[in-house]
Design a protein around this ligand. Structure first.
Ligand SMILES: [Zn+2]
Ligand SMILES: [Zn+2]
Length: 335
């Protein structure tokens, strides 16, 4: 597959990864000794507020499905487009730009991505990126916020319903987040996160259909805010659950993350998870560039608009060598 990647990308080297790097170019880290025996694990402390909020959200999303037939078709379209808008705030913004620094973005794009991120309501950029760097560094250990070794439910949503394991905070202290604290847009979004989140996640998606095509506020709220938000959350969580448990491992068979087509489609290009954990700095999160990868298409478009630059990619030679060395021999790509 020929990649549509812009030409002046920064090529990653095949240097040996350093054990002290938070984000190594080619990751060779395997689960280490930081996994406690299940029997030695401290009892979980349930956060009932989160349990109630998540239960109500999912009930609201089911109710929203009942409203679909009586809603305006433009509201269906708006809900879908706003889903993409918010999802890209997570994937192109918080994940690939801020957590991994896999490309650079000019201030207008960073400001837009910060708003898009608020529309997804998955915590502010700083918190999300911090959790994610810890996830990569300590994958499948107690320091991994959504350690998939604790089962599907924990990796999917359970981790948000209980207090974090102390290792998450403890090990997280050893990582460098100074770049995030130095980004004024990240800090502005953190400071005003609550009003921004209310505006972008609930008010804007509800008011637009009501104002422009006369949808009822009730229908607009349940479809474009509640249902869209709930599906977006589950798509993101699927990367931590489905794509950490099921799929092929063409790049590194020794790790849990896998290539999972359904997750790639629902999470707008984030299901190539075996590749991503093996080459975490690659802006495309896949050796196939923009193929089934809306997020990479978006970043490429931003490049052509002069807003994104210095995208990092992994040379095919390095990918092939790694496949031969540690892959499971599978070919993932659907032709
Ligand atoms: Zn990642
Ligand atoms: Zn992962």
């Amino acid at each position: 597959m020929v990649s549509m990647a812009p030409r002046n990308v920064i090529m990653q080297t095949d240097k040996e990864p350093s054990a002290t790097d938070g984000m190594v170019v080619e990751s060779d880290s395997l689960p280490s000794a930081e996994v406690a025996e299940p029997s030695k694990r401290r009892p979980v402390q349930i956060v009932w507020r989160n349990v109630i909020v998540m239960t109500l959200l999912h009930l609201g999303a089911v109710y929203a499905l009942i409203l679909v037939p009586q809603s305006h078709p433009l509201t269906w379209l708006w809900t879908f487009l706003y889903y993409l808008f918010a999802a890209l705030g997570i994937t192109a913004g918080t994940h690939r730009l801020w957590a991994h620094k896999s490309y650079k973005a000019r201030a207008p794009l960073r400001a837009l991505l910060a708003l898009m991120n608020a529309a997804a309501c998955q915590n502010d950029i700083l918190d999300w990126s911090r959790d994610h760097r810890v996830h990569h560094k300590y994958s499948e250990t107690d320091a991994d916020p959504h350690n998939a070794k604790r089962g599907f439910f924990f990796a999917h949503v359970g981790w948000l319903l209980v207090r974090k394991h102390p290792d998450v905070m403890e090990k997280g202290k050893g990582l460098d987040f100074s770049d995030l604290y130095a980004d004024q847009i990240v800090m502005f979004q953190r400071r005003f996160y609550f009003p921004l989140m209310c505006l972008m996640c609930f008010v804007v998606p509800t008011v637009i259909p009501w104002y422009f095509w006369g949808e009822s506020l009730w229908n607009a709220y349940f479809l474009a805010a509640i249902l869209r938000y709930c599906v977006g959350l589950n798509a993101t969580w699927s990367v931590n659950s489905f794509a950490h448990l099921w799929g092929t491992r063409p790049y590194d068979k020794r790790i849990n993350p896998a290539e999972n087509l359904s997750v790639a489609l629902s999470a707008v290009g984030e299901g190539f998870h075996n590749y991503h954990h093996t080459f975490p700095s690659d802006y495309a999160t896949s050796e196939y560039g923009w193929y089934l990868n809306i997020t990479t298409v978006f970043i490429n478009c931003m490049y052509y608009l002069g807003q994104a630059y210095d995208m990092k990619t992994t040379p095919a030679r390095v990918v092939d060598m790694r496949k031969q060395r540690t892959g499971d021999g599978s070919t993932w790509k659907v032709q």
